[in-house]
Structure formats: C-alpha cells, structure tokens
Design a protein around this ligand. Structure first.
Ligand code: GDP
Length: 485
C-alpha cells in the first residue's frame, strides 16, 4: 500500500518507528542506499511535519474498535460504560440465544477537540449454548469479514481509504470468570482461535468477588495455562523508550482484574465510582482494589495507537498475505526473482486457461462415455424389440396357416354339402313326380272294402304301439299315468 493512501495513524506510526532505529543502523542504511548526509545552512521548515500530521489527524478524527468476548452477565457492558464514562444504552441480553451473534454499535465521542469514532462489538449469547464447541466461529468470521472489507477497498481501482470507516477490530477484551480455578475449555479454545487475528487483552471480570490472595494465585495460573497452550496475548510494546518501562511493568500485571460500576458512592468527601456492599465499598478507580485504572491507562491513554498499528501491520497483513497467496499472487518467482503483478496476472491467467481446458477435456470425455453407454442401452433395447417382433411374426404365421387350413376344410365341406343338396333336390323332385300317380291309385283302393279293413287293422296296431311307448316312457319316470282317473 502506498504511504499516501494509508489512514493517518499508519503514516504517523511509520514516522514514529522510522525515528527509532539506532544511529549506527541508520548510517549503514544510508551507506547501502548511497544517501549522503548534508548539513543545512538555515531554517527550511519541515521540522513542522509532526505538527502538520497531528493537526490533520485531529481534523480527521480517530477510530477505535473494541470486541468484548465473554459469557452473558459477566460484566462486559458495565466495564465498557465505566471505561468510557458514559452509558452506551446496551440492552440486557437473555441467556436463551440458540447461537452466538455479534452485535456492533458505533458511537461518536469527543474529548477536548479530539473526536473518536468508537465501535463496540458484543458477543451476544456467548457461553449460553449446551454445545459450545463452535462458539468461536462467529467471532472469527466477524473479524475476517472486517479484514475482507478493508482488503476489497484496497484492491479497488478507485480507493477511498482516506475516509474509509475502518471496522477492523483493534482489541479484544476477553472476559474471564473469577472462578479462582482455571481457564474453561471454551476460553482456551476461543482465545487460541483468535490470537492470530486480533490483539487479545484478557481481563478477570468481577474481581471484587475473589479474595486478594486467591486473585494472585488465579492470575499466575491463568498466565501459565495460556503459555502452556500457546495462546498469544497482546503484550504492551517496550520498543519505545518513553513508554517501555510502564508497559513492561503492566505486562507483569496481566491479566487485569477489573471491577465495573457506574454507581457513584461518597467516600470521604468525594463521589467515586464504586460497588457498595454491606461490609464495605469496592472503588473502581482505586488501584488497591482492582486493576481498572491500569487497564484504562494501557488501553486508552498509552497503547491505543499501538493496538491500531498492530492490527494493521500484524493481523491484517497476515490475512492479506494469505488471501493474496490464495489468489495466486507471489512476490518472488521460482528462481527467487521478483514477480510483477502483470507477470502474476499472466501466470494466473495461463493457469486458469489450462485448468479450463483440462475441465473441458474431462467434460468431453465424460460426454463421449455417457453417449457410448446410452448407445449400448439403446442397442440392447433394439435387439430385444427385434427378437419380440420375430417371435410375434412366427406366431402370426402359424395362426395364418391354421386359419388357411380350416378355410380349406370348410370350403370342401361346403362343396360336399352343395353336392348333397343338389342330389337331394333331384331325389325330391323325382319322388314328387312319382307320388302324383300313387295318389290316384290310393283313391281307388280306398273304395275297396278289403283294403279299408286292412287300414282299420293297421290303425288299431298303431294305437297299441303308441300306447305301449307312452307307458314305457311314463314307467321310466316312475309315474305311470295309466289307471289315473
Ligand atoms: P454483560 O451481559 O456481560 O454485558 O453483563 P452486564 O454488564 O450487563 O452485568 C451483569 C450484572 O453483573 C449486572 O448486574 C452488573 O451490575 C453486574 N456487574 C458488572 N460488573 C460487575 C463487577 O465488576 N462486579 C460485580 N460484583 N458485579 C458486576
């Protein structure tokens, strides 16, 4: 990033750090870069540069973003109110949130002529779920999202970082419950996952609920647990001589044991912020009672600028580097030669082109394979259909032959019948002709008395025969009608 594009504090920090290297190192540097040192003959005016920077930054205003991580009801809101001596109107959170949610609220504060845009990010529902394994994820996602927003702004062609509202988290106040035992798994897991992304300042909340000796032991235990588990917490910088001593001393006091309260209680003839109990008063700003003042001094008065600087140069830089590497950017090529953005772009384009061609080839092969499979299936279906058709054709052929045979048989029968019919007709005609002459002979015979007697005898015989048949039929049925009335 170009120096002119950086927010003020970074330029200012660059100025501060640039003035810090030892004269020996500076001389070597100048020699290496072939820079000559000259003495000026009179006043020029660039000595006012620090004042110019201060004036510009005062005009611009400052921005500071605090993330408060801790269980619901541990005293986060109260401590933030106490730190900035104002009521931020935070609504009380319930213990029934199904998951952890991050809630950011930005406030404009002014002290003398210095304006501060303060963003407080609260972890709503933290520690309230039965399964707390992934409670840190929403926090990590939130921090990354702020880095991503800044990176996107940086990568824009038309950047406006000068008046960009920087939402990157500068410090994470991690609230530890005053159990006197040890860190909870949730605390360790969360801090471990956050330490490479944000400056963590651990604080023991509600320190008035733990005795002085227990607190000392608890502090030592916590620090050793953090070290054992490789959790990197923020260390107040000791590279600036003006603040090195105080910062080094404060590093020894970590984690700060704090008490928060906005209540004013009369102590002597002064009104002080305190928590009043039946047995006495805990004064928030009394260094014998808790570390609240130390925290406020370190966080706001001494190291606010360093926290911003660390966020930019350490945590954001790490995020940016990983992201750019993921995108294919690199500073040096295979032979350790510097690679320009253009070269990286070309290499990436080439790589993507190759990737696309490979994918296309894969898809083509897959397509051909699918077509082949489909073809085989269709061919099989066609073969089955053909076999079915042949089978049906054979059945049809057999049926047709059978029908043909029957037709022929019927035809023969019909011809035979016709022949019989015609011979019958001839016979009937002949009979008819013959019966014509017989009728006349009958008439003559009926007149003959002997013939008439013969006829009568025949009738009697016929009647007897008919009666006998009738009797036989009735006897078969078992119901002879003969003899019935
Ligand atoms: P948050 O949910 O973490 O924001 O917790 P709050 O700030 O709303 O505090 C929850 C309760 O704890 C309130 O009743 C506060 O008065 C109380 N509280 C806050 N700070 C302290 C403290 O330092 N000591 C004690 N004993 N109680 C505190």
């Amino acid at each position: 990033m170009e120096e002119a594009q950086r927010p003020f504090f970074h330029s200012h920090m660059a100025f501060r750090t640039a003035s810090m290297p030892s004269p020996l190192c500076e001389a070597e540097e100048r020699k290496r870069e072939n820079i000559r040192s000259l003495t000026m003959c009179g006043h020029v005016g660039f000595e006012s540069l620090p004042d110019q920077l201060v004036n510009r930054s005062i005009q611009q205003g400052f921005c500071f973003n605090i993330l408060c991580v801790g269980e619901t009801g541990i005293g986060k809101s109260t401590l933030i109110n106490t730190l900035f001596n104002t009521n931020f109107e935070e609504h009380e959170a319930s213990h029934f949130c199904p998951n952890v949610r991050l809630k950011a609220q930005t406030y404009e504060l002014q002290e003398s002529n210095v304006r501060l845009k303060l963003t407080i990010v609260n972890t709503v529902g933290f520690g309230d779920q039965i399964n707390k394994e992934e409670s840190y994820l929403p926090i990590v996602d939130y921090i990354n999202a702020q880095f991503e927003a800044y990176l996107q702004e940086e990568l824009k062609i038309k950047r406006s970082l000068f008046n960009y509202h920087d939402s990157r988290i500068h410090v994470c106040l991690y609230f530890i419950a005053p159990t006197g035992h040890s860190l909870k798994t949730l605390d360790l897991l969360t801090m471990k996952n956050l330490d490479s992304k944000v400056n963590i300042i651990p604080v023991i909340a509600k320190a008035d609920t733990i005795s002085k000796s227990e607190l000392q032991k608890f502090k030592i235990k916590l620090m050793s647990e953090l070290v054992c588990n490789g959790v990197q917490i923020y260390q107040f910088p000791t590279d600036d001589d003006t603040i090195a001593k105080i910062n080094a001393a404060m590093n020894e006091h970590l984690p700060f044991a704090v008490v928060g309260s906005m209540d004013e209680v009369k102590v002597g003839n002064k009104m002080v912020k305190a928590r009043q109990y039946p047995w006495g008063i805990v004064q928030v700003e009394n260094e014998n009672h808790c570390d609240f003042v130390k925290l406020r001094e370190m966080l706001i008065c001494t190291n606010m600028e360093d926290l911003q600087e660390q966020t930019h140069t350490r945590h954001y830089e790490l995020y940016r580097r990983c992201k750019l590497e993921e995108m294919g950017f690199t500073d040096v090529g295979p032979e350790n030669k510097p690679v320009s953005v253009q070269e990286t772009y070309e290499a990436k384009r080439h790589e993507l082109h190759g990737e696309r061609q490979r994918k296309e080839e894969e898809m083509k092969q897959m397509f051909v394979q699918r077509v082949k499979e489909k073809e085989a299936i269709l061919k099989e279906a066609e073969r089955e259909l053909h076999a079915k058709f042949e089978h049906l054709k054979r059945i049809h052929q057999e049926e047709r032959l059978k029908l043909e045979e029957r037709r022929r048989a019927l035809e023969e029968e019909r011809i035979l019948f016709s022949k019989r019919k015609s011979s019958c007709d001839i016979f009937l005609n002949q009979s008819y002709m013959a019966s014509g002459s017989n009728i006349k002979k009958d008439k003559d015979r009926k007149k003959d008395p002997g013939y008439r007697f013969e006829l009568l005898c025949f009738d009697v015989r016929t009647c007897e025969t008919n009666d006998g048949r009738k009797d036989a039929e009735e006897g078969r049925e078992g119901h002879s009608t003969r003899g019935r009335p």
